[in-house]
Write a protein that binds this ligand. Structure first.
Ligand SMILES: *Cc1c(COP(=O)(O)O)cnc(C)c1O
Length: 404
């Protein structure tokens, strides 16, 4: 590493709050599926800013659309209408089949909005305020207090107790565990269609259908968190679209703006008409013209570049290559995932392998201590998968060598 880059890192450690153990690199620019650090070193990116930069870096049309919007207007206020927000909401409605949209600035805020929606919906039915939400163990929904309260990882929550009340936890894909948590007070069941941070656990079709039926029967809102698994990553725009069911409320963020910080929660007409009303919820930035111009262009480019077909194809190829790699190494226990959201489960912590990969110019990330997560830009091609696998194979061999 150059002394200049090291100096910047040292400076960063003096001014940034120490909430991340960062890798020792300063990324300066991106191009396609590659990142470049300050020293001009090239890295193959299989993280895409954690499932954000779906279209790859330097997509000319995307960059131009943002520049054009900056020269018109960046921000107004939700007290007025703006064209990009109207257009973005129409497009989101089209790709999701949901009816009403509220724009946020992040995923966690979309979860907050979904929780408020569920509580208000239940409140309007019976006038009481002790409704319960069922969330899942191993889930991740964000770091704000409400989102943290429904995150099924005690380690993230412990120091920040008390959480918001009346949250119960069940196990994903264990329908009976959900049923056992249902009471007369249950207002919502919330889960990720594919659990991301918690270890790449896809919900099964059977579980989805049964929970949907349970929610219908008891007028409980089904809230699906599509923040990581949505926006084409599993081969459909939203992962639940594979299953012939539909949520009452859903959240989306990460790749929604492909780098511009934006999220949204969406709901059906019925929920929209019987939950949040004027004065119940708001945001200063949410849905501003710049963020919404990004959403519009992202959705347009997904269609134009036929991203879904490409994820279908490349997801299958990545899955096959990871299976072959698993067969080579006893330390790899399992592959899990859908499309371009994949995880390799190891029998040991993966930090060492990921660090070795960084040193060799490959950016990977974990999901929990023992899982390497693969969330590349959705525009990767076969040669990038091959390149990634070759480097990863080398890193695993080295790590195993040192263990002996
Ligand atoms: C990242 C993530 C969030 C939180 O989104 P932020 O934009 O970081 O607040 C919520 N849910 C899931 C499934 C996520 O992956």
């Amino acid at each position: 590493m150059s002394t200049t880059m090291q100096a910047y890192i040292d400076e960063a450690e003096k001014v940034l709050l120490h909430t991340y153990n960062r890798y020792q690199v300063v990324f300066e620019k991106g191009d396609g599926v590659y990142l470049y650090d300050m020293d001009g070193r090239k890295y193959l990116d299989f993280v895409s800013g954690i499932a954000v930069f779906a279209l790859g870096y330097q997509n000319r049309e995307y960059n131009d659309a943002l520049k054009e919007q900056i020269d018109k207007i960046i921000h107004t206020s939700n007290y007025y209408y703006n064209l990009p927000a109207i257009e973005a909401a129409k497009k989101l409605k089209e790709i999701s089949g949901m009816d009403r949209v509220f724009f946020t600035n992040s995923g966690a805020e979309a979860i907050e909005g979904a929780i408020k929606t569920a509580r208000k919906y239940a409140y309007l039915k019976d006038g009481t305020t002790d409704h319960e939400i069922i969330a899942m163990n191993h889930s991740f929904h964000g770091r704000t207090m409400g989102a943290l309260s429904v995150t099924g990882n005690p380690h993230y929550r412990e120091a920040f107790e008390p959480m918001i009340g009346n949250i119960r936890f069940a196990d994903l894909n264990d329908y009976e565990s959900v049923v056992s948590q249902v009471t007369d007070k249950t207002c919502a069941i919330l889960f990720e269609t594919v659990q991301g941070e918690g270890g790449i656990y896809p919900a099964t079709e059977e579980f989805m259908r049964k929970v949907r039926a349970l929610c219908d029967e008891r007028d409980i809102l089904l809230i699906l968190d599509e923040i990581q698994c949505g926006m084409g990553r599993t081969g459909t725009m939203y992962a639940w679209q594979r299953f012939g069911i539909k949520p009452d409320v859903m959240t989306t963020a990460k790749a929604l703006g492909c780098g511009v910080p934006v999220g949204a929660f969406l709901m059906t007409e019925k929920v929209g008409a019987h939950s949040l009303a004027a004065g119940d919820h708001g945001t200063t930035y949410g849905g501003n013209p710049l963020a919404c111009a990004a959403i519009c262009k992202v959705i347009e480019l997904f269609e134009k570049q036929d991203i879904l077909a490409s994820v279908e194809r490349m997801g299958a190829y990545l899955g096959r290559c990871l299976d072959e790699l698993s067969a080579e190494f006893a330390c790899i226990k399992e592959r899990r995932g859908v499309g371009l959201l994949q995880g390799l489960v190891f029998d040991r912590p993966v930090g060492d392998i990921i660090k070795r990969a960084m040193d060799k110019g490959l950016v990977l990330i974990n999901a929990g201590t023992d899982i390497i997560r693969f969330v590349p830009p959705l525009v990767i091609e076969g040669q990038h998968v091959d390149e990634m696998i070759a480097v990863l194979r080398m890193c695993i061999r080295e790590a195993e060598g040192e263990q002996k």
